[in-house]
Design a binder for this molecule. Structure first.
Ligand code: ZN
Length: 292
């Protein structure tokens, strides 16, 4: 398909590219109970794949996949498959994070055209999107105020908080999502991968409190440390985790029945699957509340 590449602006053959990197969808599918992905907004049918559109030329697609490969092999797989929690990174990390935020921002804006009527907001989002774009094609060598913050999310075994939703481990370890979140003073591009949450700053009054999650532009080390979420983000996350339970209640009966049938017929495969493990993690922490 011919068209204008959204990243470099060239008129060229456009590839079908994924908003959330393909390796993530593959991993989810491979480690799920039945081998299918169910998208949040597609409860009626099993989505075998995640959002993709023709929007990048071959060169830009190549650029993205190089950074994705580095992240997948040096961070994602060691974290989710082997439980490693330390990884050194080079410049590819800030590029990968910026590419995710740029994709999420572009995607969410295309899905919510009404938001663009707010002139002030449009100027703000345009500026962020354009700066990320320039950073990705090396027209800018710094992220400036559009810092990328990556939070590794580990299984929660115990907390002092009474308000944690009983689906929190499933949300942390399994769910993908894209959004723009914030309030009148702080705005972030939000991208959720299994076991990772990425926030791309659009504007923030004070980023000092969340400094430990900032990805360095050139090189750094990802490691377990005291991470702090921006104020107000926890309630957003809990809401999203609660949606897992609501979603489960909206799954058509016939799908639940075939799901049950699958579990009965493939017990060993199910027990080994990560999806089932994440469910057990919630069960150990929250008991019967996971069924509510
Ligand atoms: Zn391009």
């Amino acid at each position: 398909m011919k068209g204008i590449c959204k990243l470099c602006g060239k008129n060229d053959d456009l590839r079908e590219s994924h908003f959330i990197p393909k390796f993530v969808g593959k991993w989810i599918k491979k480690t799920s109970v039945t081998g299918y992905i169910r998208e949040k907004n597609e409860v009626q049918k099993r989505a075998q794949d995640i959002a993709k559109e023709h929007w990048l030329c071959g060169d830009c697609e190549q650029l993205f996949s190089r950074w994705e490969r580095e992240f997948a092999n040096k961070v994602f797989y060691p974290f989710v498959n082997e439980g490693k929690s330390v990884a050194s990174y080079g410049n590819w990390m800030s590029k990968f994070c910026a590419s995710l935020s740029w994709r999420t921002l572009t995607y969410i804006r295309s899905k919510n055209p009404n938001d663009e009527n707010d002139g002030e907001r449009k100027v703000l989002l345009d500026a962020a999107q354009e700066h990320l774009r320039k950073y990705l094609i090396s027209e800018a060598d710094n992220l400036n105020q559009y810092e990328q913050h990556l939070f590794p999310l580990e299984k929660i075994e115990s907390t002092d908080s009474q308000d944690l939703p009983p689906s929190i481990n499933r949300y942390f370890l399994r769910i993908m999502g894209m959004d723009i979140v914030g309030n009148s003073t702080d705005q972030y591009v939000f991208t959720k991968l299994p076991s990772f949450m990425l926030l791309g700053v659009i504007k923030a009054r004070n980023v000092k409190p969340i400094r430990s999650s900032r990805i360095a532009v050139n090189s750094g080390v990802l490691s377990p440390k005291k991470y702090r979420w921006p104020d107000g983000l926890a309630s957003y996350i809990f809401e999203k985790a609660d949606e897992i339970i609501e979603l489960h209640q909206r799954i058509p009966q016939k799908h639940l029945e075939s799901f049950d049938k699958y579990i009965r017929e493939n017990p060993e495969k199910v027990i080994k699957s990560r999806q089932f493990q994440a469910f057990l993690d919630d069960y150990e922490r929250f008991g019967d509340d996971v069924f509510s």
